[in-house]
Design a protein. Structure first.
Length: 148
């Protein structure tokens, strides 16, 4: 990763040294300064594009930089594609679990940390067909401090 930016700076320095006999010391220093300023502006432009993209990251509008930024952009695009694929697979797995839970004959209730219902299988009542309710069965299996 450091090879391309470092080689660019070395190339600019070599060109400034070569221009020394032709332009003199002030001319070579001015040439070096202008080339380094151009390189700095190039990096600032790419950094600005990356910053604006990070405000709303989507693969279709991801900036493809040039130079060392191209390497960074391509790696970020691969990472974004892997993340989207992982999210898709997790969504499919969650849908499968929800379908399996919906098919259960008894009520299934999943509570969050604050004891609010996070999910329950549809079309099921909280009472079972037997003499005891599913709610009481669930209450007895959970720690006592969750119900106080």
């Amino acid at each position: 990763m450091w090879g391309r930016p470092l080689s660019t700076v070395v190339l600019i320095a070599v060109l400034a040294l070569i221009s020394w006999p032709l332009l003199g010391s002030r001319g070579a220093l001015l040439f070096l300064s202008l080339m380094l300023l151009g390189l700095l502006l190039h990096h600032l432009r790419n950094l600005s594009m990356l910053y604006h993209w990070l405000q709303n990251p989507q693969s279709r509008n991801m900036p493809m930089g040039s130079g060392a930024w191209e390497y960074l952009s391509s790696n970020m695009l691969r990472m974004l594609k892997r993340q989207r694929e992982t999210e898709r697979r997790l969504g499919e797995a969650l849908s499968g679990f929800q379908l399996a839970g919906a098919a259960l004959p008894d009520a299934v209730v999943i509570l969050d940390d604050t004891d609010r219902i996070e999910w329950c299988n549809p079309n099921r009542s909280l009472t079972s067909s037997g003499s005891r309710s599913s709610w009481n069965i669930c209450r007895r299996t959970m720690p006592a401090n969750r119900w106080s």
